[in-house]
Design a protein around this ligand. Structure first.
Ligand code: ADP
Length: 359
């Protein structure tokens, strides 16, 4: 290494060691980054292409290093990310071509690596932006779900309160019953709002906030306290003594509430609901079992999809729902490093099994 003057050998060695350590640090950071990282030299040749970029675009860095980075841009890409005179960094929408040639739209930040006021390379950090048609689809699904799921309880609340207000005799005789319905519908609204807020956190680091170890019984007890269930029609049997779970308690609460509510909702003729748990092979296994309508096998693969409802909307037995519950359950369980599965026999009942690593 020519540093332009002679340095004592031990100083030169120290400097070299520092350089090697810095290079290793940069490589590790790029490797760990969840964003794609592309570094090019002043000839626009690929110098660095990290693991996230490999996953997003389907190329292996081994084959890309040294090749022209402009070949990675899709023909529909409108912006040159490697502008010769570039100061500071800028945000762009870059369309790459993946290894199959398909367009991958990304949100990117580009920064010139400058030396003597000249760009001698560029660093691009990018993450895949949701495609516009996906956003449009989500928007229309949300609008139709929200309009239906918000309108039904609102209409009930309005009708029951108006009826009570206009009929003093009815108010005297059936006040508790009517107000009970109003309260139930208001709960349904507030749960829908909770679910929609949770949906916006799915896939982000904010879905889970903490992880603690605690008795599963406590979570189930709190969840049950929030669910309106007629215990004479739906006796709840709990077998949870001594079982511990490692989780974000608020989020596991969401999971249990959703599963237990579904067990009640999809057992229109009543029947036992059994909630049990056990610790096995470093996991906590939680079972929620009902004797309800069950799920036809053709629907089973899709029940965790966002907005998916297996209920036939024209059927008499159809209950309301947004189709978000199991989507959220699955997202929360996966964020914990766990799995959720369902075993169901149509007409007989369903058992949901949640497995969470016990750390
Ligand atoms: P929602 O209950 O709002 O429709 P979910 O995401 O919670 O949405 O459930 C998706 C679908 O899975 C439901 O529409 C229902 O058909 C089915 N399902 C969920 N839990 C049960 C259960 N315990 N028994 C029978 N069907 C169920």
């Amino acid at each position: 290494m020519d540093l332009g003057r002679t340095l004592p050998a031990d100083v030169e060695d120290d400097l070299l060691d520092e350089l090697v350590a810095s290079k290793r640090l940069i490589e590790t950071l790029a490797h760990l980054s969840a964003e794609g990282v592309l570094q090019v030299d002043d000839d626009r040749r690929v110098v660095r292409f990290n693991a996230a970029a490999e996953r997003m675009l389907g190329y292996s860095s081994m084959h890309l290093i040294g090749t022209d980075a402009r070949a990675l841009l899709h023909p529909s890409n409108a912006i040159d990310p490697f502008v010769p005179e570039l100061n500071g960094s800028r945000s762009l929408e870059i369309v790459f071509a993946d290894s199959a040639g398909a367009p991958v739209t990304t949100r990117a930040r580009s920064a010139a690596l400058e030396r003597d006021r000249r760009a001698e390379g560029w660093m691009l950090a990018f993450s895949a932006a949701p495609r516009l048609d996906e956003i449009e689809q989500l928007k229309s699904e949300l609008v139709s779900t929200v309009s239906h799921e918000l309108k039904t309880p609102l209409a009930a609340i309005k009708a029951y309160t108006a009826t009570l207000r206009q009929n003093p005799a009815l108010y005297e005789a059936r006040r508790d019953e009517f107000l009970g319905v109003v309260e139930q519908q208001a709960d349904r609204l507030s749960r829908l709002v909770d679910d929609m807020l949770l949906v916006t956190r799915v896939g982000s680091a904010q879905l889970l906030r903490r992880r603690v170890r605690l008795p599963l019984e406590r979570i189930v007890r709190d969840a049950l306290a929030e669910i309106a269930v007629d215990r004479s029609r739906h006796p709840i049997i709990c077998d949870l003594a001594g079982v511990e779970v490692s989780c974000d308690p608020e989020r596991l609460h969401n999971v249990m509430r959703n599963l237990i509510e579904n067990a009640v909702k999809y057992s229109p003729n009543g029947g036992d609901i059994t909630i049990s748990g056990r610790e096995r092979d470093g996991f906590t296994e939680i079972f929620v079992e009902d004797n309800g309508v069950g799920i036809e096998s053709e629907h089973l693969p899709y029940i965790y999809d966002r907005f998916y409802r297996a209920d036939d909307p024209s059927a008499q037995t159809c209950t309301g729902g947004s189709g978000l519950g199991l989507y959220i359950v699955n997202a929360i369980v996966r964020a914990h490093g766990g799995t959720v599965s369902a075993h169901s026999v149509a007409g007989k009942g369903t058992t949901f099994t949640v497995r969470l690593p016990l750390r």
